[in-house]
Design a protein around this ligand. Sequence first.
Ligand code: HEM
Length: 248
Amino acid sequence: MNAPREISYPTYLELDTLLGLQRPQSAPEHPDELLFIVVHQASELWFKVLLHEFDQLIAHLGAFDAAAALTTMQRINTLVELVAHELSALDTLPPQRFMQFRGYLGSSSGSQSAQFRAIEATSGLRDPHFMAALKEHGPLPPVVARALERPTLQALFLALLAKEGRTLEQVYAEDGHAMLQMLAEAFLAYEQGFARWRFLHVQLVERIIGPDTGGTGGTLGAKYLTKTVHQRFFPELWAVRSKLYGRR
Ligand code: HEM
């Protein structure tokens, strides 16, 4: 099938629209605000791709296709590393320069990112604290509601193991389950990668606004964010290690 003739690089990528979406609010425009906006917008674009890849992953897990799930997890893990790494662009923003335009952000805060919450919910955060925090910003955005309707990744993975007739402990303790073990390890790598994003983000926050400054979203800032670094999507994958070492 041929593409319509008028498709070209700028029209295919909708560059006029895309490049018109960066609108610094500071007046006169602060020279660092463009970078601040682009890092956030680029992150949101990657969050969009991540959610799309999670749809694929969930379909593969639902079809008990471990090999396809592993391939998708490898892509997801690459994307998580990438989105974490791009935070470093803002390490070049000194505190006094951010202060010069922070007031123009109003009450906007990363904690209002519906896609980020949807990624967390898809991955498995369902605890009461998380659910309460979600409701603080009003009705659930559809992307989050949809994520909450689905089983967690851990539940899907355990269902796949049950279908194969084995437990997580057997996958690690016995020989011959290479594919399932690689998939389990890919989930663990995702957990680590996500925690790295959280850590790099809180370090960035401390570097720019300090450890004791509250966030524009009304939280305790870095103190709140530090606690989130220890959240886990796959408690069973961590617990199985203790089981192997004889602790239950
Ligand atoms: C100058 C750089 C940044 C500063 C000072 C900053 C500050 C903060 C603070 C203080 C919070 C806590 C919530 C609040 O009360 O506002 C927060 C949360 C958040 N920020 Fe940032 N941030 C920065 C860059 C970024 C970037 C580039 C992203 C990428 C999308 C991002 C995404 C988020 C998300 C998703 C949360 C919610 C995290 C959670 O609740 O676990 N932030 N940020």
